[in-house]
Design a protein around this ligand. Sequence first.
Ligand SMILES: Nc1ncnc2c1ncn2[C@@H]1O[C@H](COP(=O)(O)OP(=O)(O)OP(=O)(O)O)[C@@H](O)[C@H]1O
Length: 354
Amino acid sequence: MIELQGLTKRYGGSRVVDDISLTVEQGEFCVLIGPSGCGKSTTLKMINRLITHSEGRILVGGEDVTTLPPELLRRRIGYAIQSTGLFPHWRVAENIATVPRLLKWSTSRINARVDELLALFQLDADDLRDKYPHQLSGGQAQRVGVARALAADPDVLLMDEPFGAVDPLTRDALQVELARVHRQTGKTIVFVTHDMDEALRLASRVALLNGGRLVQYDRPAELLVDPANDFVRDFIGRADLGLKLLSRRRVEQYCQPVQGTREATITQAATTHARPTWQVDADNRPLALIGGRLEEPATVRTDVNGEWTATPDMSMKEALSRMVWFRVTALPVLDDQGRLLGEVTMAGVMGHRP
Ligand SMILES: Nc1ncnc2c1ncn2[C@@H]1O[C@H](COP(=O)(O)OP(=O)(O)OP(=O)(O)O)[C@@H](O)[C@H]1O
């Protein structure tokens, strides 16, 4: 748990962080967001004492950070940054082992930990262990940077725009991975970003800063449906609030069980008042949707081609996007064997309250 109590940083006469109080609970994913210069990075760097605060207190696990020896602080708090901060003349394994070596772990323990972290980030140990940072892709370097921050198994991970410098696809993949690693490790994370979509995707709580002050500290859904003021509303972006909400929801939350049929055709009479029907094979894999096409008769049969399907962990924003693009009113939700678990429907999206 991290507690900031009246945290303030002054440079000359200006208070660039101004009386911030908030608590990040154990295992929480807290995102600090706000306009450029609002004090996000300064707040983050005060937590691990890269910057000394002017007023207030910072407690990590109930202890005031100013009373902790630097070595203990480094073990408790991992730190990952946008430029990765990897040492260019050290191989991947040496980079990851930076803090364990400072802590004088044995070689065998360090090697085992490096392998464990490479596996956690789905990095091929045989290929990458002995490479230098300049031989890595941007996405691989970011993963190594985060792996290094986790090396000594810190309770807390601080991340300053770690995915700011990679292309959108890599960024997307890294976000998925970080969310998984967070679920698996249960670390307390404080993460700085400019990007509201990234914040809404990753955060369990969002701290929105402006001019050094904390404007709102809330769960993402609350920020969306109950913004504290117009600044928050504008910052989130009024236009696509509904889509942002859907990007926070998973297909699993909207999935309705449905019974498939082995029949290849359905008569008009049978479908006029009924829901669209899924035709399935003997293993319950969907073959076609009968009905359920926008502006088409209810007997129209559309083959399931794998592109307009959904999985339980897909975002509802993506599921809705697929329905719109493929002009269908429902998507089959598939398990990892491709079998029909249920369906998500346009009507279901509309009927679901935030
Ligand atoms: N060493 C310093 N001396 C004086 N002012 C500073 C110093 N470091 C930061 N500032 C000022 O403090 C304010 C907050 O900076 P900070 O880097 O925390 O903002 P930020 O929200 O992380 O910005 P960005 O999103 O652009 O990275 C800015 O106005 C910055 O100019």
